[in-house]
Design a protein around this ligand. Structure first.
Ligand code: SF4
Length: 370
């Protein structure tokens, strides 16, 4: 049996109680009666993909969907199976994404071995939560945070979203202040983006989505960077802030392009220089795995050019940016330096504070014509 070094294992749990109007993820609403069959398929895929190896994992990440939504015995069963075929590092980080309304599951989730909880709080004012179509209230989010601590989680991430319909800068600052008072180890802070073919996209097209202006959204992001910085959270990626030593190791490994195996519906993997994507349709995924053990839909062998693009796009999101060497063929480099969206420091190129707000655009300019 070969011992394969793998830094991470991603496990996709695609079920959600209802669909948020901004969500375009691959997931299934209220179909958790398929959960048992899905988990069986997922474990079959895991056994197929690790056959002949004894993988070693430093991190495991249950993402979704909402992993906290399904019966916790499924997460327990998955982790037991993973441990039976893999070696887990002594400092394993096992994260599960969770929604506040599932707080009764937090204790058994912690008991199963999950040691980091990523809580989808999103906002701490009821108007913004309602506008985002979330099922929880400010009060239940606060209660869920307490439940997570009582369950023994000493490493908690709070997810927040700014730029909800009708949200004011003051609403957002109140959310930030209240969330910081909770003293979690980590924050992920995202601006609301309107993805194609979502309910929000349809409302926007009809002129029925009163979003804060781009200027207000930029102020909201700046307020987050400022307040979290003042409260000793280190910004280690555009959207991620942690207390010292509490950065999410799973995500860092992905951004550093270390190998990981992803199992489950629509899961991506990056192994041996090859990226693969699983089928995105629940029943097709289950049936394919039941018959063949695998459900890979596409694969891409990463060429030197793709590798360079990935290094730029992932590296620019980090505070220390990328080696300047990577941008030697970027035709827009001087324009971006001149407009002060990026800067040069010690042989590296990194985003400036105004550049952070326009990161996607700056990346697109830098990789143009590469
Ligand atoms: S809880 Fe998350 S994954 Fe589920 S519908 Fe809402 S945004 Fe999408």
């Amino acid at each position: 049996m070969k011992c394969a070094r793998m830094s991470g294992l991603y496990i996709h749990i695609p079920f959600c109680g209802s669909r948020c109007p901004y969500c375009d993820f691959s997931f299934v609403v209220r179909k958790d009666h398929h959960a048992e069959r899905y988990v069986k398929a997922l474990l079959k895929e895991f056994r197929t993909r690790t056959a002949g190896n004894r993988p070693q994992y430093d991190t495991i990440f249950f993402g979704g969907g909402t992993p906290s939504e399904i019966d916790p015995r499924f997460l327990n069963g998955i982790l037991a199976e993973v441990q039976s075929v893999a070696d887990l590092s002594s400092r394993i980080e096992i994260t599960a994404e969770a929604n506040p309304e599932d707080r009764d599951h937090f204790y058994p989730i912690r008991e199963s071995g999950v040691n980091r909880l990523s809580l989808g709080v999103q906002a701490l004012d009821n108007e913004s939560l309602k506008a985002l179509g979330r099922r929880h209230s400010k009060e239940s989010a606060l209660a869920a945070y307490d439940s997570a601590r009582c369950a023994g989680f000493d490493n908690i991430n709070i997810d927040l979203i700014f730029g909800a319909p009708d949200q004011s800068r003051l609403d957002w600052e109140n959310t930030l202040d209240r969330a910081i008072e909770l003293d979690p180890e980590h924050f992920s802070v995202y601006g609301l983006t309107i993805e194609r073919d979502t309910a929000f996209d349809r409302r926007r097209k009809k002129g029925q989505l009163p979003l804060p202006t781009e200027g207000v959204q930029a102020d909201m992001y700046e307020a987050a960077v400022e307040r979290l910085g003042e409260s000793d959270y280190i910004q280690y990626e555009i959207s991620n802030f942690s207390k010292p030593g509490k950065a999410c190791r799973h995500n860092i490994a992905c951004w550093e392009r270390q190998p990981y195996l992803g199992i489950g519906l629509s899961a991506h993997s990056f192994l041996n220089g090859c990226r693969t994507w699983n089928n995105r349709d629940l029943m097709a995924y289950i049936e394919k795995v039941e018959s063949t053990g695998l459900a890979i839909e596409e694969e891409e062998i990463i060429s030197d050019e793709s590798e360079q693009l990935e290094q730029i796009m992932l590296g620019l999101r980090r505070p220390d940016g990328i080696p300047e060497e990577l941008t030697r063929h970027a035709t827009k480099l001087d324009d971006l330096l001149e407009s002060r969206l990026i800067e040069r420091t010690n042989g590296r190129i990194r985003l400036t504070p105004p550049g952070l707000l326009l990161a996607d655009l700056v990346c697109a300019e830098l990789v143009k014509e590469l």
